[in-house]
Design a binder for this molecule. Structure first.
Ligand code: AMP
Length: 255
């Protein structure tokens, strides 16, 4: 039996009461692993650099193992840039080379810069017009029910490739699921963690997805950050959202 474990933490009340989002995490685990990892997630929520939460919710559901979809991890690389301006230019260039319009890519950057508080989910934008498609306001769409199929093995491989932190590894899981979603053609992200200035873009070229990490996307000590997913309109929006929120996905160890 496998379980989906979700953690989210906020300060100033629950997210629903307008509390400030501090951290969140998604795992898929066996019964034996639940207790240990739940402790780790609580520890993480309580020691986050964004502050101390007064609301932590852990949700544990059983999952139907027959419904699990196995997907490959996106291949990844890292580009080192000298400034956040260069990083953002690099992000726009990567996205526009893969079919996302210049306008939509720029609106994606602007959307994240304009966030004056942290969302717990992502903003969905049309990949051509840059128009916002979801109606979730500051909640956004949260991707859940995902993990590496073999977390220890995947962690070893990514560590050897220069992605040693849990933050990187969780981002590869999330980005792999997001780009596998029907209707999604790209993603832009930089972390809201004040100590973490890197970000990434991912997108499809000739049907093949790629995760492109960029060493600097924002100033150090800034809590500004978030995620934008770009959609091409090929399927109804509800289908994309259902996949992101409900489809159980395990990501294979990167090759
Ligand atoms: P993090 O990777 O935790 O630094 O997250 C940065 C931002 O990405 C968060 O503030 C959210 O806006 C967004 N985000 C994080 N996790 C998810 C998720 N599971 N689904 C959608 N958006 C997310």
């Amino acid at each position: 039996m496998k379980y989906s474990i979700r953690m989210r933490a906020a300060e100033g009340g629950s997210h629903e009461e307008g509390g400030r989002h501090i951290s969140g995490a998604e795992r898929i685990l066996t019964e034996e692993e639940i207790k240990e990892v739940t402790n780790e997630l609580i520890e993480r929520a309580l020691t986050h650099s964004k502050g101390r939460p007064d609301f932590i919710r852990i949700t544990i559901d059983t999952i139907d193992e027959e419904a699990i979809q196995y997907i490959p991890a996106l291949p990844s690389d890292t580009v080192h840039v000298d400034s956040m301006e260069e990083g953002r230019k690099e992000a726009v260039a990567f996205l526009t080379e893969r079919g996302i319009s210049q306008e939509a890519a720029q609106i994606g950057i602007r959307t994240l810069l304009d966030l004056d508080e942290n969302m717990r989910g992502a903003v969905l934008l049309d990949a051509r017009s840059g128009q916002r498609l979801d109606t979730k306001g500051m909640r956004g769409i949260r991707v859940t029910k995902m993990d590496f199929a073999n977390p220890q093995e995947a962690s070893n491989v990514l560590t050897n490739r220069g992605l040693p932190y849990i933050h990187h590894q969780e981002a590869v899981v999330l980005a792999s699921k997001v780009l596998a979603a029907p209707g999604i053609v790209g993603e832009l992200c930089w972390s809201d963690d004040p100590e973490y200035v890197a970000g990434y873009v991912s997108a499809l070229k000739d049907g093949q997805g790629h995760y492109h990490r960029i060493s600097q996307m924002k100033p150090l000590h800034s809590q500004n950050g978030g995620r934008v997913f770009f959609l091409d309109g090929s399927v109804p929006l509800a289908e994309t959202i259902a996949y992101l929120e409900k489809q159980v996905v395990l990501v294979e160890t990167p090759k």
